[in-house]
Ligand binder design. Structure first.
Ligand code: TIU
Length: 229
């Protein structure tokens, strides 16, 4: 089947049926709710809430189109053996990874705060990748999952734009994936970093990939649904 072109910067993005996955990065309570890791770093977590409605709509369209959906969660083992001292000690946050927080131990697997917000909860059968770093490929089996599913195109969403979204997009681009970052479905605690982070993806002819908003991607997913039916 021919790719469906999505209006994007710097050029139309080729959406390919059966080869596209939606990646939802770290939409976890620890990043989005007051009292979590994000706030412990001094951030205003309310800024990330704007991502939830458009991402919810995009997720619905992706599920309806039957494309592969993969969620990621940043976090660590309870004994912190997979958390490098440099990450643990970085900065001077009021609370660190592993400390008790409002939603359990901060960014620790199995804790309430580490899990994905209710609005975007994974459905049964959707892959959830637990990652110790900022990039979703580092220290995970994401490459194997994508290869096994025959995926070549990634729709990248989640938080935060300039940290885990950027790191993952760069990792994916270097591995040969064609990446479309969905601009209103990624968010940052810093509006300026968000804006420039998106520009960095598309500069120089799309050095890391493509950028489009959900209003451009959702109709293409609907088209995929119609074409596949
Ligand atoms: N602090 C910040 O902006 N982000 C992170 O620590 N992790 C992710 O981006 N997921």
């Amino acid at each position: 089947m021919n790719p469906i072109p999505v209006a994007a910067e710097p050029a139309p993005f080729p959406l390919v049926a059966g080869k596209t996955a939606l990646i939802v990065i770290d939409m976890q309570r620890d990043f989005l709710l007051p009292g979590g890791f994000g706030e412990s770093l001094g951030n205003d977590v309310e800024r990330l809430r704007t991502v939830v409605p458009p991402l919810s709509a995009l997720l619905g369209a992706a599920r309806a189109a039957g494309i592969t959906v993969i969620h990621t969660r940043e976090g660590h083992r309870p004994d912190l053996s997979d958390c490098p001292p440099a990450k643990l000690q970085r900065g001077a946050p009021s609370k660190r990874i592993g400390d008790p927080g409002t939603y359990g131990r901060i960014l620790i697997r199995g804790e309430y705060g580490h899990d994905i917000i209710d609005e975007l909860a994974p459905l049964e059968g959707e892959v959830v990748i637990d990652k110790p770093g900022k990039g979703a490929f580092y220290g995970t089996d994401l490459s194997d999952v994508l290869t096994g599913a025959g995926i070549t195109q990634l729709l990248i969403t989640g938080v935060t734009t300039e940290v885990c979204v950027h790191t993952t997009t760069r990792e994916a681009n270097d591995r040969g994936y064609e990446c479309l970052v969905v601009s209103d479905c990624v968010g940052s605690y810093f509006p300026e970093f968000h804006r420039v982070g998106l520009q960095m993806v598309t500069a120089q002819g799309g050095i890391f990939g493509w950028v489009a908003d959900s209003a451009a991607v959702i109709p293409a997913l609907h088209q995929l649904t119609t074409t596949a039916a």
